[in-house]
Design a protein around this ligand. Structure first.
Ligand code: HEM
Length: 408
């Protein structure tokens, strides 16, 4: 039998990856994708373990034996992106990661997140009231985007007039994380990273002169082991939060609305109050996660998939931790393709695991609960209207537009 393969750059796979996942997951715990130079790990237990395996890392740093050009943005053509990545929390490893993460976590304590609730609920109400008045509702641009982008920009201290620019820059930068972006896309991502960094540095200068009650001012004032952060560290940290703070949450909301529209019984169950919103949101996150995979480098020899006697992956290779496939693994979730909001399974891997586990998970959950609460109160029958447009690409799964029949 020939070895199973998987090509995430195939638009048909990106459109509906779940059938392809089922086939590769049953065939093997690891599937190589020559097209994008990744070994994809397909099963829940193995992805869960990989996230915690210290032989894997987000970056290979200066380690000998690694080809710097193998990292999509490290071949010298994308210096601005590389400058951002140098202190991008998601891309760095201990000890740098440990220090920066501690500072960021301080802004996402349960108390700090709870303090966002009133603002989140008010934003949802305002968006739904406006949709009712207007007679139209695009779940992405009228509801989820203003909600998540507004909350994270307020938190960091980005003025209201700059938010659409932040949104555009963010979309361009994150397109670098697709498995194997074409050169023109990488160039655009690099240029956007340069502009985003310049913008953030300007904002830091402003806040240094006039501190405010925002996270940027806190990062400027913060001390780690008696030392303050330098501007590059602060700029990358603010930037990663300004991107992570809305990209996935918006897509999770849209994927959830699409899931409910395709499962009217589940929508009725949500509206009836029979299933708590928090429980339903976990199924939304499991069933169609907004981020389909993250990559790691194999930093040491001896890494195997499927236990110590499993399939070896040599040092220097790149593995893809498949979230979407893990969340549908029948070894972990009975009847995994069924969208059933009563499940309340929090074992999905949508927020990652290990030292890079999503810092914003409590905030994202709160936003999603408020959003589905608002929609469930306002809309009897969730119906998608013509004009829905999927976001291109594989890693970020969601919609650019998702118009639904508006509340009456
Ligand atoms: C449904 C929404 C979200 C999903 C599915 C999601 C998913 C993830 C995943 C899978 C990772 C791990 C990446 C890796 O291992 O390489 C991650 C990391 C991260 N997320 Fe989220 N995220 C969401 C919302 C948010 C929000 C709202 C924020 C910020 C306010 C945020 C901030 C971060 C940060 C800063 C990291 C990096 C943590 C680290 O490297 O230590 N995320 N997220």
């Amino acid at each position: 039998m020939s070895a199973p393969t998987f090509d995430p750059s195939d638009p048909a796979v990106a459109l509906d990856p779940y059938a392809a996942y089922a086939a590769i997951r049953e065939a093997s715990p690891v599937v190589s994708s020559r097209e994008v130079g990744l070994h994809f790990i397909t099963r829940h237990a193995d992805v869960f373990a990989a996230w915690r395996d210290r032989r894997l890392g987000s970056d290979f740093g200066e380690r000998p034996g690694f080809d710097p050009a193998a990292q999509p943005w490290r071949d010298g053509r994308y210096p601005d992106f590389a400058r951002f990545e140098r202190w991008d929390l998601i891309a760095i490893e201990p000890p740098d990661h440990t220090k920066l993460r501690r500072l960021v976590l301080a802004a996402f304590t349960p108390r700090a997140v709870e303090a966002q609730r009133v603002g989140i609920e008010a934003r949802v109400r305002a968006a739904i009231d406006a949709a009712r008045e207007r007679g139209s509702l695009d779940v992405v641009t009228d509801l989820a985007e203003p909600l998540s982008l507004g909350i994270i920009c307020d938190l960091i201290g980005v003025p209201a007039e700059d938010r659409l620019r932040v949104l555009d820059l963010s979309h361009a930068v994150v397109s670098m994380y697709e498995p194997a972006p074409p050169d023109a896309q990488k160039q655009r991502a690099n240029d956007a990273a340069g502009e985003f960094l310049a913008y953030t540095h300007d904002l830091i200068r402003e806040r240094r002169a006039r501190p405010g009650p925002d996270l940027l001012s806190s990062l400027i004032e913060a001390r780690v082991d008696g030392e303050s952060l330098d501007d590059d560290q602060i700029a990358s940290t603010a930037m990663v939060l300004l991107m992570a703070g809305h990209e996935a949450s918006v897509n999770a909301a849209a994927n959830g609305v699409a899931a409910f529209a395709a499962h009217p019984n589940e929508w009725r169950a949500l509206r009836s109050g029979a299933v708590p919103l928090e429980t339903a949101v976990e199924e939304v996150l499991r069933w169609d996660p907004p981020l389909q995979y993250f990559h790691r480098w194999v930093l040491e020899e001896g890494f195997t998939v499927g236990g110590p006697d499993g399939i070896p992956i040599p040092k220097g290779r790149r593995v893809g931790l498949m979230i979407g496939s893990s969340n549908r693994d029948p070894r972990r979730f009975p009847d995994p393709d069924a969208f059933r909001i009563v499940r309340g399974e929090t074992a999905h891997l949508s927020f990652g695991g290990g030292i890079h586990f999503c810092v914003g998970a409590p905030l994202a959950r709160m936003e999603l609960v408020a959003l589905f609460d608002g929609l469930a109160r306002a809309i009897d029958e969730l119906q998608i209207l013509p004009g829905a447009e999927r976001r291109p690409g594989f890693q970020f799964r969601g919609y650019v537009h998702l118009p639904v029949a508006p509340p009456r």
